[in-house]
Design a protein around this ligand. Structure first.
Ligand SMILES: Nc1c(NC[C@H](O)[C@H](O)[C@H](O)CO)[nH]c(=O)[nH]c1=O
Ligand SMILES: CC(=O)[C@@H](O)COP(=O)(O)O
Length: 137
């Protein structure tokens, strides 16, 4: 049994609740345990995972970045993904469920567990990487 840390960037409460429900359900269905920590925004997610790297078996990154009027969207979306990918290349098992969308409607469809279930998908990705590390690591 693995202990998974969900790191959620709580920028949009209603969308985060959906992502969290999907991720928790997927981890529990696979027979693993989980804890959740909350950070202010997607830019803080890679740092939080780095701080907790030694304490958990795998990580699920959750959040929602919705395009605004300025270049900030590119920074938040791109740099959070870049940070998570850097940690992945260091050998951490991480599923990235940070949505980067044009609008709230796109985010809602992707966050809902009974639609695209990107939270659940990210949790399954983290577990898949954990299994690969057990095999090759
Ligand atoms: N605009 C969004 C943000 N922005 C906040 C940053 O992630 C960060 O918390 C801030 O710059 C302080 O370091 N975060 C999201 O998760 N989603 C957004 O749409
Ligand atoms: C991530 C974003 O683009 C956003 O939330 C910030 O909006 P804005 O560019 O209008 O300041």
């Amino acid at each position: 049994m693995a202990n998974i840390l969900i790191v959620e960037a709580r920028f949009y409460d209603h969308l985060n609740d959906l992502l969290l429900a999907g991720a928790r359900a997927a981890i529990e269905a696979a027979g693993h345990t989980h804890e959740t920590v909350t950070v202010p925004g997607a830019l803080e997610v890679p740092g939080a995972i780095a701080l907790a790297a030694e304490a958990y078996d795998a990580f699920v990154a959750l959040g929602v970045v919705i395009r605004g009027e300025t270049y900030h969207f590119e920074i938040v979306a791109g740099e959070s993904a870049r940070g998570i990918m850097a940690l992945t290349m260091d050998g951490l098992a991480i599923g990235n469920g940070i949505l980067t969308t044009e609008n709230e409607a796109q985010a809602l469809t992707r966050a809902r567990p009974d639609e695209k279930d990107k939270g659940g998908e990210a949790a399954k990705a983290a577990l898949a990487m954990l299994a690969l590390r057990a095999r090759f690591g």
